[in-house]
Design a protein around this ligand. Structure first.
Ligand code: FAD
Ligand code: MG
Length: 342
């Protein structure tokens, strides 16, 4: 048999290397879909076999959760509970589970997070055409109807409020939904995914683009509008709440949508935004709202006592304060800020 020349062998090896390289470096394109659900632009991106089917199914699931959890939809569990005037109402087990978690975070935050803020949300109307600054009397009267201790949850799926109370799960439901979608995508065999529910980001599996996931955090100063910095993580949730999300201005004052259940007004805690990095998005969502109301000192003390949860606070006086576990995982890009760890 004729022995191949060195040139032929070298050419053959080159072809093998190129083909192997192409196979190894091939980064499959994800399947991505966006939609407007829960009052916000949502985006689901997934890699892996079955993503073509799993991504649209995830968006359908999100719409179904909206149907159950939106205070604005007449037939939702939340709207039926709110109309019941203190009578017991049976709800889906998903709504019951979420409400149970909302009450847990209300307790954990000393009531800074309160799922019965509905009367105040309606009164201020922030984010709607009816937004206005209510009078003191109106605020006091709405405040009488805000107290999470008044919520009773029987057997996980029967809910009863005190007469006049109104549930609003807007501060936690997107986080819950992100966790539900992640679990569903995983069950369908998706190996890596990114779920973005308008500022609630959840990533799972390895980043198919290599290395850790890098999630941008928005600069809360509207006029800058860019990226405050980047958080790196292997998997988990990055949720941000801030004054820039929904607000209106009157006489030079900004009235934003995170309400302090102690005062009945938009929280004035010296913060512009809070980001929570945590394994799950439900805890991240509930905590960003709670920490924003609590402010830096109480907020960082709460976070530093919770296993696996980290936070980043942006203060009105231009500081970006990290809990210790974010050191080395957050890169500041925004200009004019001072970085601290506490
Ligand atoms: P977060 O800080 O996470 O939450 C702030 C929201 O939580 C407030 O808007 C209020 O609802 C509530 N809240 C305020 N203070 C407190 C407090 N102290 N404790 C507990 N909760 C508090 N928006 C629309 O415009 N149209 C819609 O049709 C619509 N449908 C929705 C359906 C669902 C199921 C959900 C969850 C939200 C919907 N939204 C809708 C609301 C919208 O997406 C909100 O902007 C969002 O829920 C607020 O999230 P956030 O991440 O900006 O802020
Ligand atoms: Mg929240």
């Amino acid at each position: 048999m004729k022995i191949p020349s060195k040139k032929v062998v070298a050419l053959f090896c080159l072809i093998v290397l190129v083909v192997a390289g192409a196979v190894l470096c091939h980064r499959p394109d994800p399947v991505e879909k966006s939609a407007y659900i829960m009052g916000t632009l949502v985006r689901v991106r997934a890699w892996g076999a079955g993503a073509d089917r799993a991504v649209p199914e995830a968006l359908e699931r999100l719409s179904a959760l909206e149907q159950a959890l939106s205070a604005n939809l007449e037939d939702s569990d939340v709207a039926r509970v709110n109309r019941a005037g203190g009578r017991g109402v049976s709800v889906s087990s998903a709504t019951g589970d979420l409400l149970g978690e909302a009450l847990r975070f209300a307790g954990l935050s000393g009531g800074a997070f309160d799922p019965t803020v509905g009367a105040l949300v309606d009164l201020w109307g922030i984010g709607t055409e009816q937004a206005r600054v209510p009078g003191d009397e109106e605020i006091l009267s709405a405040l009488e109807r805000v107290d999470w201790h008044g919520v009773r949850l029987f057997d996980g799926n029967e809910v009863r409020l005190e007469a006049g109370q109104q549930l609003d799960l807007g501060g936690i439901a997107k986080g819950y939904a992100a966790d539900v979608l992640r679990d569903q995508l995983k069950r369908e065999g998706i190996r890596s995914g990114l779920i973005d529910l308008g500022g609630n980001i959840l990533v799972f599996g390895e980043n198919p683009r290599g290395g850790k996931w890098r999630i941008g955090v928005q600069d809360p100063i509207q006029s800058r509008g860019g990226v405050l910095g980047v958080v790196e993580l292997r998997e988990g949730s990055v949720v941000t709440s801030g004054t820039y999300e929904r607000f209106f201005e009157r006489d030079g004052v900004r009235y934003h949508h995170i309400l302090d259940p102690a005062t009945g007004r938009p929280a004035r805690s010296g913060l512009l935004a809070v980001t929570v990095v945590s394994p799950g998005s439900l805890e991240g969502d509930a905590l960003t709202t709670a920490l924003f109301v609590m402010g830096l000192d109480l907020g960082i003390a709460l976070v530093n006592g919770l296993e696996g949860v980290e936070a980043l606070f942006v203060t009105e006086d231009g500081r970006v304060v990290l809990s210790p576990g974010l050191e080395g995982r957050f890169t500041l890009q925004g200009e004019g800020y001072r970085l601290e760890t506490r």
